[in-house]
Design a protein around this ligand. Structure first.
Ligand SMILES: Nc1ncnc2c1ncn2[C@@H]1O[C@H](COP(=O)(O)OP(=O)(O)OP(=O)(O)O)[C@@H](O)[C@H]1O
Length: 322
């Protein structure tokens, strides 16, 4: 593979089979250096598999992925030190405290001032003096995040980083992601839902059944998103407006109620699945009493990509065939 200078991650035809299960199928994407790249997808879509391939925890069946210009299969601990990895399933145990564990990892990574561990712990609100095994799920997750961020790696690979975190801590985490980006670090993170990644991600890949359904910026997703609208007209205009709405492409789920906001008024609700400009121009020929266009339902748009195809992915419990 020819290393690129601009892409932090470059996936070409990346494929992973577990026995008869196709976890990833010829996945192609590129994450430019310094970007925050979110991967979302339902359970079993292949998000964790992608990350494990990047970290050389498993090997591809076919295709390749370049990470920081290196092939993970041949770059060993040297590449690993340049990456901060938060696995999806954290197994933190032992009798030691959070501080002991993080100092142990810090020695392996090298170049972590102890004060940085304490600062991150303060920000996330976790008591590092407690034995790790006694911490709650969310607090273990915080220790995992500190471990990933503390050596300020060039690349952060975070598998469902907000899992188990309360909303305030989630916001703090997003601030940490923005700071990492400002410092030139690249962030690759996964989630089940867009709302978690849309605040921080430059681009979002939607993964379904081992394939990339789309890669788009949040702005692009917003432009193509479903919007709910409400239009109020005088009763005598209702028939004409109903005809306009029915004839307009991209407008669906049209509902009408004569019990409008005031007597003599009719209220229409509808869903727009097209550019809002077309909708507004179609309305312009009518006398509109009131109009409300809701914020785009990005989550709803994404759910359309989630919808199962005709052939649901087979699931097996076969062991990891490395
Ligand atoms: N070790 C394994 N042995 C067999 N099948 C596996 C193994 N690991 C993953 N799979 C299968 O590969 C597919 C992708 O799994 P993966 O864990 O990558 O999905 P995911 O998107 O991370 O899911 P989740 O959101 O539930 O964490 C699933 O069908 C899963 O059952």
């Amino acid at each position: 593979m020819t290393p690129t200078t601009t892409a932090a991650i470059d996936s070409r035809g990346l494929t992973k089979h577990y026995g008869s299960t196709v976890a990833l199928d010829r996945v192609e994407f590129e994450v430019p250096t310094g970007q925050v790249f979110g991967v979302i997808g339902p359970n079993g879509a292949g998000k964790t598999t992608m990350m494990r391939l990047m970290l050389d925890i498993i090997h591809p069946t076919a295709g390749e992925v370049s990470v920081l210009g290196q092939d993970p299969r041949h770059s060993g601990p040297k590449l690993r030190k340049r990456i901060g990895f938060l696995p999806g399933e954290l197994h933190l145990g032992g009798r030691g405290s959070g501080r002991d564990l993080l100092r142990h990892y810090a020695r392996i990574s090298g170049g972590v001032p102890p004060v940085r561990i304490e600062q991150l712990a303060d920000r996330l609100g976790v008591d590092l003096s407690r034995p790790v095994r006694k911490l709650s799920k969310g607090n273990k997750q915080k220790v995992g995040l500190i471990q990933a961020f503390m050596h300020e790696p060039e690349l952060l690979v975070l598998d469902e980083p907000t899992s188990g975190l309360d909303p305030l801590v989630q916001q703090e985490f997003l601030t940490m992601v923005r700071e990492a980006k400002a410092a030139g670090q690249t962030v690759f993170l996964s989630s089940h839902v867009l709302s978690e990644v849309q605040q921080a991600a430059d681009q979002v890949a939607i993964l379904r059944e081992g394939r990339i359904a789309t890669v788009a910026t949040v702005k692009q997703l917003r432009e193509s998103a479903v919007r709910h609208v409400r239009v109020v007209v005088a009763d005598e205009d209702a028939g004409a407006l109903a005809a306009t709405l029915s004839a307009s492409p991209g407008i669906s789920a049209i509902g009408q109620s004569q019990l409008g906001p005031a007597e003599g008024e009719s209220e229409f609700t509808a869903t727009i699945d097209a550019h809002v400009d077309d909708f507004v121009k179609a309305l312009a020929q009518h006398t509109i009493i009131d109009l409300a266009i809701e914020e785009p339902e990005l989550e709803e748009s994404v759910m359309r990509y989630y919808e199962a195809s005709d052939a649901p992915a087979a699931t097996t419990d076969e062991e990891d065939a490395r």
